[in-house]
Design a protein around this ligand. Structure first.
Ligand code: C2E
Ligand code: CA
Ligand code: CA
Length: 662
């Protein structure tokens, strides 16, 4: 599978949602932790502030009381003051022996039992210091701006705050939910002041913090629910897409994409452990079936095939519909016999689907080796093998073999190199002389191409012409050959040599071109060569493509003055009809007539009749592939005009040709 195709499929494929959900969960937890930490810090800062305010108040009270020289009148004022500020509700003054000498309140705490108290405070120039202690020692220190808050501090402070249950101490007071009451012990002169302050740190603030926290949790949850539900809906639609992506519309089963994807994996995982074969199973004459019964019925049949084939599969085997009536099956096998039996059983079960109708199946086979892990490639090979089976062959199974592989590699090589070869003139013009039967002298020649490859060396045309005919490059090559011939004739003309017609092969592919005759004329006229020295060899097969185009083109070419010959007459699907409808100048009788031991006499008989017929139709005759004196004598006796064959000369380079016929 190509990389871009793979990418496109991955895009369409289902995305895994679990990583997103887990990621989201982690992000939420982290965010909650961050917000909680910020809130905690905020609360701690509030505690500090309140502690400091409380201390300041207590200190001011103590200071005030000292400045007023402690007496009862001043205490009265203090009482009034205390009533104004509700947070201070107990002031005790102790002498140096810790005996209470004044109190505005009946409660006098036992300092030793007080859970938290601030026992020392000092106001510094650029800050202040509060030490909170319990009976076990110092808990934390705030100095100016810098506060070091450790986990231990958090824990302890929280524990301590939790322990402060002032309700126990001051049962009659209506104390808010979370409130700390703190005794400040202020040593002033000979006295110690015990001032009890309420610090309602968490009262209103707590609600705000709590609501913020709840809001955050709610928002987070809404966001998470929304996100997860959208993920789920994305996952669902992706699931639907994958279903469509992997479903074959004809059979309703898995499609080719699924097959190749899974197949590649299967091959990779079982490399070296299982033998796999790729089968291209094809129902022959599917189109005829559709013509007789309808396309819908044809597709229904394919659906039935799919289900039947599926039942034939073992574990670790795959199959899918490819196109028309072709199926790909990736099967494992123990040995060749086993594989052939499988094919047999598959064929039988398919035939049973419609027992009243005769169905024919063929199998293209490609055995995977350890380096094969691409199902597409294997299937392509199996199809190549299947396509190479001649239509009239009785063989049902075609195996892809090493020769086919070599041929495929060769084709690729040729296609890679051909453009460069044309530009760098690796294609060389060779000439095979044609001799007249009367004088047995040079009377013409056929231009034949040779490829002198920089690495492969000399390559004969049958190794590349069929490839060029398939890929269309033959158009360029033939134009090149016509030009080479025209150029050569022009050169000889200039050198005042005797000129003979040189024939050039024109592939049937040219007949798809509009104005072929004009096109050829254009090439030849660049060199001012009289058209009668250029002969164009057309194959009879072009007649079957579009006979009207051929007839028209031949007519035009002859009007331009070119000689037109029919090549390979008698080879393949020869039809005398073409002779009836085509007016041509030369008939080239195929070498096949003169080969073969048993049929040689019949061949000769036909040749003499064909020559006779051609004469009557006012055509010249060239016999090709003549290798022996007997053949030459026979053809001379039959009044054949020209002979081309190894008997007289093989195709040769221009240099050799010039040397031989100077
Ligand atoms: P073709 O046009 O039938 O060319 C005649 C072939 O028969 C040539 O093979 C020639 O070498 C061979 N031949 C000639 N005399 C004898 C003989 O006495 N005995 C035997 N056994 N063979 C003989 P070649 O050159 O290998 O060409 C093969 C085919 O390749 C040609 O068959 C033609 O179809 C194609 N071809 C060659 N050059 C070109 C070209 O420039 N353009 C196109 N379109 N086809 C070309
Ligand atoms: Ca020819
Ligand atoms: Ca020929």
């Amino acid at each position: 599978m190509s990389k871009s195709k793979d990418k496109r499929i991955k895009k369409l494929n289902r995305k895994r949602i679990w990583p997103s959900i887990i990621g989201l969960f982690i992000i939420s937890v982290l965010m909650t932790a961050c917000v909680t930490a910020v809130l905690l810090l905020y609360m701690l800062d509030l505690v500090d502030q309140k502690l400091y305010d409380s201390y300041k108040l207590s200190y001011n009270i103590a200071d005030y009381m000292m400045s007023e020289n402690l007496d009862n009148s001043s205490y009265k004022e203090i009482n009034q003051y205390l009533e104004i500020d509700n947070s201070v509700f107990a002031v005790n003054v102790l002498d140096e022996n810790n005996n209470t000498i004044w109190s505005n309140n009946e409660y006098t705490p036992n300092i030793d039992e007080t859970l938290i108290y601030i026992n020392s405070t000092d106001v510094f120039q650029d800050g202040f210091e509060i030490i909170i202690e319990n009976d076990e020692g110092s808990l934390f220190v705030k100095n100016g701006e810098s506060v070091e808050i450790t986990d231990e501090f958090n824990d302890n402070l929280m524990k301590q705050l939790a322990l402060i249950d002032m309700k126990k101490v001051f049962k009659e007071r209506n104390i808010p939910i979370i409130v700390s009451s703190i005794w400040h012990i202020i040593h002033h002169g000979d006295y110690t002041f015990l001032i009890l302050n309420d610090i309602t740190v968490f009262n209103d603030d707590l609600y705000m913090v709590f609501i913020t926290f709840i809001l955050m949790i709610v928002m987070m949850s809404v966001f998470m629910i929304y996100y997860i539900s959208s993920l789920v809906s994305v996952a669902r639609s992706q699931h639907k897409i994958s279903k469509v992506l992997y479903t074959d519309m004809v059979t309703g089963g898995y499609n080719w994409l699924y097959f190749t994807k899974k197949g590649d994996k299967l091959l990779r995982r079982n490399r070296g452990r299982l033998n796999f074969a790729m089968i291209n199973l094809r129902m022959e004459k599917y189109r005829s079936f559709c013509t007789c019964f309808g396309v819908k019925e044809g597709e229904e049949l394919m659906e039935k095939f799919y289900h039947t084939l599926k039942k034939e599969l073992k574990k670790k085997e795959l199959m899918a519909h490819h196109d028309e009536a072709d199926f790909g099956l990736l099967v494992s096998f123990a040995n060749q016999e086993d594989l052939l039996q499988r094919l047999d059983s598959i064929e039988q079960s398919l035939c049973q689907i419609m027992p009243n109708i005769k169905m024919y199946f063929r199998f293209g086979l490609c055995i995977a080796d350890n380096n094969d892990h691409e199902v597409d490639g294997l299937y392509n090979n199996a199809t190549t093998a299947l396509d190479l089976l001649p239509e009239d062959s009785d063989e049902k199974i075609a195996s892809y073999d090493i020769e086919m592989k070599k041929q495929q590699l060769w084709e690729r090589r040729v296609e890679d190199d051909m453009d460069k070869a044309l530009v760098t003139e690796q294609f060389k013009l060779y000439l095979q002389p044609k001799y007249s039967t009367k004088e047995e002298k040079l009377a013409g020649a056929e231009a034949l191409v040779r490829w002198i490859h920089p690495v492969e060396g000399f390559i004969p045309p049958n190794k590349f012409i069929p490839i060029f005919e398939n890929n269309g490059f033959i158009l360029q090559l033939d134009d090149y050959m016509i030009e080479q011939v025209a150029k050569q004739q022009a050169k000889w003309m200039e050198e005042k040599r005797e000129l003979f017609p040189i024939s050039v092969n024109v592939s049937r592919a040219h007949f798809t071109r509009e104005n072929l005759a004009e096109h050829i004329c254009g090439i030849v006229d660049k060199y001012n060569v009289p058209h009668k020295y250029i002969e164009l060899e057309l194959t009879e097969s072009a007649f079957f493509d579009d006979k009207y185009v051929l007839i028209d083109t031949v007519k035009q070419l002859r009007e331009y003055g070119f000689i037109v010959s029919m090549d390979d007459f008698g080879a393949g699907y020869s039809s005398l009809n073409s002779l009836k409808e085509l007016s041509i100048d030369v008939l080239k009788i195929d070498a096949d007539f003169f080969r073969g031991v048993e049929s040689v006499e019949r061949g000769m008989l036909i040749v003499s009749e064909v020559i006779d017929l051609a004469k009557k139709l006012d055509m010249k005759i060239v016999a090709e592939g003549i290798e022996s004196r007997e053949q030459v004598d026979f053809l001379t006796a039959q009044e054949c005009d020209l002979i081309q064959g190894y008997y007289f000369a093989k195709p040769m380079s221009i240099g050799e040709f010039e040397e031989k016929y100077n």
